[in-house]
Design a protein around this ligand. Sequence first.
Ligand SMILES: Cc1cc2nc3c(=O)[nH]c(=O)nc-3n(C[C@H](O)[C@H](O)[C@H](O)COP(=O)(O)OP(=O)(O)OC[C@H]3O[C@@H](n4cnc5c(N)ncnc54)[C@H](O)[C@@H]3O)c2cc1C
Length: 433
Amino acid sequence: MATERFDAIIVGAGPAGSAAAYTMAKAGLKVVMIERGEFAGAKNIFGGVLYRKQLEDVIPEFWQEAPVERRVVEQRMWLLGKDSVVTMGHRNEAFKEPTNAWTGLRVKFDQWFASKAEQAGSLNIYETVATELIREGDRVVGVRTDREDGDLYANVVVVADGVNSLLGQQLGIHREWNPDQVSLAVKEVIALPKEKILDRFNLEGDEGVTTEFIGQLGGMMGLGFLYTNQETVSFGVGVMVNDLKRTKIRPYELIENVKQHPVLRKLLQGGESKEYAAHLIPEGGLHAVPPLSGNGWVVCGDAAQLVNFVHREGTNLAMTSGLYAAEAIIEAHARGDFGKQALSGYDRRVRESFIHKDLKKYQGLHGLLKEIDSNLFDKLPEALNSAAFQMLMIDGVSKAEKQKMAIKALREAAGGTANLIKLGLKGWRAMNG
Ligand SMILES: Cc1cc2nc3c(=O)[nH]c(=O)nc-3n(C[C@H](O)[C@H](O)[C@H](O)COP(=O)(O)OP(=O)(O)OC[C@H]3O[C@@H](n4cnc5c(N)ncnc54)[C@H](O)[C@@H]3O)c2cc1C
């Protein structure tokens, strides 16, 4: 690889990197995108729900050609008890037009998105690891790669290398994660005949459903998910890394155990496992978001902790941050100035957008989750299941008596009435900025 000069180098061909590369290449900038995988998406996994709005801002009407799976018409939230479930959810035909979200598989989607950047003029280089930032004084001027003669130079480096951001660490904006700032998600893609998916999930055509569940995760703080694709389902669980350390439960044991839950077992029955992977999710929230730009660099997506874990939104924050970074670089390019001040248009755009506002709304949540006992993630759903069972079982016990039993079960799960009230109040505050 010869030493060459570009307007921008993008490190990482995930949603953030491809959004940035596409936008800048389309505007005529000379860009190169470096990806360590054999192809974009080769090493990437997500749940995965892809949202329309933020990708549409980058590529209008992308759904005409993008490899998406099913249109999400229903979102379910389940609270699992040992052999039971309390269900909530929302299904609406209005989610179809305009489509709110699709399910997707990263191995197909990322390749497509990176190829759009390439068609727009980006030079995409695969199987290449950015190992180091090249600096001149306090300015980033390029990237060293693991290729022979693989130094690349540019006015700006877009750091979009994901949750473990090696380059973020070199910039000093990213430390090793604390185990309570990241969750480890394990995911399996399970093949099922299309007819079975339609039947079991009450769907027709390209309709899809997402299910998230809490409870029965070995006393760990976390969430499970089950999403319908065309001829597969994506099934997985994500739990905090500190809980995995504490319980010593192995991720694959966890996923196997939860699969045996009667409600999930019936939905997955007869499926054939196609893929299995694990990945970290940044869950540090607003307080963990670093400065987003400096002299000759910007940082986007997971590398900047831009994940709204309450709403399982990550790809959309990644794409929007990639788009905003690109817009700021295009402005800087027009002025011929790539210093910190010139690139701060990116920080401003993020600050004024839903990204900052949503992360701000939930900024107290990380602190609260650190404080509460992870076992509550099992105990409270179990108590709600027991309360629902009591109220719905017709056995001659009076309703007033049953209500008392239900409240008692909840109180016990939370460790007393005062704790239950405190938890409710703290939860409310943490979820509201
Ligand atoms: C199990 C799971 C479920 C999720 N579910 C959802 C969901 O349903 N919806 C949603 O919106 N989000 C979801 N997310 C979050 C979402 O996947 C991320 O927020 C999003 O992928 C971030 O995009 P990114 O481009 O910043 O980083 P990534 O997608 O991680 O891309 C980074 C890229 O950089 C490359 N790279 C890393 N280091 C280097 C290097 N040194 N040199 C060259 N290349 C490098 C990697 O190979 C990778 O391709 C989920 C995440 C997980 C793990």
